[in-house]
Design a protein around this ligand. Structure first.
Ligand code: MSP
Length: 690
């Protein structure tokens, strides 16, 4: 569509259970699509929401002794909190129990009733109270009476003449071969349509929790039939205004024929804020029938413009088994995010499987991917480049060399391939493309050995060119990966010393080089490697292997929102802290000091100072060197292997010509004794000290 808008939806989730990895996956996927479209300059709208009129909710509310809507009020914040945790940038949350939705649903179906596409009959069958649907006779188990979720229902019902749309649906799918992706899902839908369509029941009398039929208040709409219309409720579409454009022949003066060719830009009566029809509906393989068959037929009957595409993704299982509440193996996104952060989880879910296929979630794979791809590959690339630039070029980007070398060529190739993959919703492919550049970047550093500059000053121009190319490549990587890892991308953006937010960058920024002379900021750990012990617990199949170090990791990896909030709080506290430096400090002041457990790898005397030791430590994420004035108290060998506490965010400084990146904590008493602080039991390297 050419109107600069993009409209995408998740299914409207049932709120009888809190969000999990499966619902999180769909929502992250739609957020990645939105972020990508925004990067391409589009105005993107994501509608998600709560599907509330199910029998399940009515039953749960009755058990809890509250009204169904009040029951939903209690669950919805869990969804909102989870979407915040998962860095869902902005979305529109629609509740099917809102009046706005009721009005739209009633207006919509009234027209179908008036046209004669709805008629009254009787319905009976086994009804699944969790899935909110009648079972097809072929699905009824042997003793349905003993099944806790099945009820035999016989009721008066109104029916929608779905069977009348069989030919139209076939023509629609034929003319729009990419309406359902992937292809094999499309084929499944086509085969089912071809096997014959039955009219569907659209109303219930067995409950009053629902939207009443405007022409017969004794019935409420079958939940599915109205939930689908939430996509329209959330789109800003003025259904009444559109309906007025429909003539006696059933054709709108604004629509094109065939109806599916109608574009948003054709809808002259619609307000500026309208996003209907949607560009993409995303869902798992459980519900494409409603979206590929029933919904288009409903819209055709009304005469309304049709969505452009739907993506049917696979199911996430846990350790090879279907996730289910009763098996107790439903993965909570918080359990994953507290180990690898929201970005780590988003990266894993988008990278692990192509969207159409099933995925298997387990913590071992999650942690491995995080450690390898994010902490090792990307984290190291940025850290090595930025640290070396500080050491060798005073943090300034050297001049751009003439012509392209292999890194530039790969960078350009990656841009094209990743953009194409994003556009085609192949996010796993997009990430693979981006990471081929990351890996080449690391190899490039190894090959060119820029650290040799200290001993070979004659290589200055050549090594300068290496850094220039590396920085352009890193900027490209950070921008391209930002729809998937937005929080980390923002932090890398700041490390590169670039201004503005990454979310405000447009596609054009991919081709804008970082200028020569630009000064990069200090490097800092963005992805803190997950410790071996957590990995071991994960390999043992623990559902929540990260519980122990959870909080620290979540904090270390968390995106910017919380940091921003903290910054504000810190700014507030600054005044009082500065006014009373010897008085009490606030917890936020204390929080500014990042204390972390590190392991001593090697110790040698300082070449230029007797009192100092040159200590190499590993801080859980990387190696660093610390210069400490403890030579009078410790023999170098005594210290190796000890776990100590370091100040991890101290500005690096040169002490007698040697770089010191942090300091270690030691206590000295009035008798002149000194002891280096160590945790009194073994805690993981990298653990935060609070
Ligand atoms: N309320 C209906 C949808 C109405 S849309 C008009 C519904 N709700 S649901 O809460 O059951 O959500 C189903 C959707 O959640 C799936 O289509 C998928 O998007 C997501 N997932 C639920 N479990 C999942 C997995 N295990 N794996 C992947 N996605 C999963 O159906």
């Amino acid at each position: 569509m050419s109107d600069g808008k993009f409209y995408i939806t998740t299914p409207i989730y049932y709120v009888n259970f809190k969000p999990h990895i499966g619902t999180g996956y769909t929502t992250i996927l739609t957020d990645v699509a939105c972020r990508f479209q925004r990067m391409c300059g589009k105005q993107a709208l994501l509608t998600t929401g709560s599907d509330e009129h199910s029998q399940n909710i009515a039953d749960l509310a009755a058990e809890a002794g509250v009204a169904p809507r009040a029951y939903c009020d209690g669950i919805i914040p869990k969804f909102r909190d989870c979407w915040e945790l998962l860095e869902i940038q902005s979305y529109n949350f629609e509740r099917t129990s809102d009046e706005k939705h009721h009005n739209l649903v009633q207006r919509f179906w009234q027209r179908l009733y008036d046209k004669g596409d709805v008629y009254k009959g009787e319905y009976s069958g086994w009804y699944h109270t969790s899935d909110n649907r009648y079972l097809d006779p072929s699905e009824v188990p042997e003793n349905p009476e003993s099944h806790p979720r099945l009820k035999f229902l016989r009721e008066d019902s109104y029916f929608f003449r779905l069977s009348a749309f069989e030919d139209w649906l076939l023509a629609f799918h034929e003319a729009n071969p990419t309406f359902v992706i992937p292809d094999f899902r499309r084929n499944e839908m086509l085969a089912r349509i071809k096997s014959g369509l039955k009219d569907i029941s659209i109303s219930r009398t067995s409950t009053d929790w629902g939207i009443p039929l405007p022409w017969d208040e004794g019935h409420v709409f079958y939940v599915w039939i109205e939930a689908l219309l939430t996509y329209m409720t959330g789109s800003g579409f003025d259904l009444a205004a559109y309906e007025k454009t429909i003539g006696a022949d059933g054709v709108s003066s604004e629509a094109r024929e065939p109806l599916w060719q109608t574009e948003r830009s054709d809808l002259a009566t619609q307000p500026e804020t309208n996003f209907w029809p949607m560009d993409l509906m995303v869902m798992a393989k459980d519900i494409p029938w409603f979206h590929a068959v029933i919904f288009p037929a409903m819209l055709k009957s009304f005469g309304a413009p049709l969505p452009k595409q739907m993506l049917v993704h696979g199911y996430w299982q846990f350790d090879g088994e279907k996730m289910s509440k009763s098996l107790g193996n439903v993965v909570d996104p918080y359990d994953a995010a507290k180990i690898v952060g929201a970005d780590g989880l988003r990266y894993f879910l988008m990278r692990e499987v192509p969207a159409g296929r099933d995925g298997n979630f387990n913590f071992e794979s999650l942690i491995k991917r995080y450690n390898f791809d994010l902490a090792n590959d990307l984290g190291n690339l940025v850290h090595r480049t930025v640290s070396l630039l500080h050491q060798l070029f005073e943090a300034k980007v050297p001049p751009a060399p003439a012509g392209d070398d292999e890194l530039d060529t790969q960078r350009k190739k990656t841009i094209d391939a990743a953009l194409a993959a994003y556009e085609e919703l192949r996010y796993s492919d997009a990430l693979q493309e981006i990471w081929s550049l990351v890996r080449l970047g690391n190899q490039y550093i190894d090959q060119h050995k820029p650290w040799e500059l200290k001993k070979k000053p004659e290589r200055r121009d050549e090594i300068g060119a290496v850094f220039n190319r590396l920085l352009q490549a890193i900027k490209t990587v950070v921008l391209l990966a930002s729809p998937v890892i937005p929080g980390a991308a923002q932090r890398f953006w700041q490390i590169l010393g670039l201004t503005g937010t990454i979310e405000d960058q447009r596609e054009a920024a991919l081709c804008e080089p970082i200028a020569a002379g630009h000064v990069v900021a200090e490097s800092e750990p963005v992805f803190v490697r997950v410790d071996k012990k957590v990995l071991a617990a994960a390999s043992g199949g623990a559902k929540d292997p990260g519980a122990a170090q959870a909080k620290d990791k979540a904090k270390a990896n968390d995106g910017n929102k919380k940091d921003k909030a903290k910054d504000k709080a810190k700014a507030k506290d600054k005044v009082s802290a500065e006014a009373a430096p010897d008085g009490p400090i606030s917890i936020d002041d204390f929080a500014k000091v990042q204390l972390r457990v590190a392991e001593i790898l090697s110790v040698e005397p300082h070449p230029n100072a007797d009192k100092l030791l040159k200590i190499k430590v590993h801080d859980g994420e990387r190696e660093r060197q610390i210069i400490a004035g403890i030579a009078a108290w410790y023999q170098p060998d005594e210290l190796v292997g000890k776990r100590i506490v370091i100040v991890a965010n101290l500005k690096p400084a040169k002490l007698r010509g040697e770089l010191s990146e942090g300091m270690l904590l030691a206590a000295d008493d009035s008798d002149g004794k000194l002891g280096v602080l160590t945790p009194d039991r073994e805690v993981a390297v990298g653990a935060r000290v609070k």
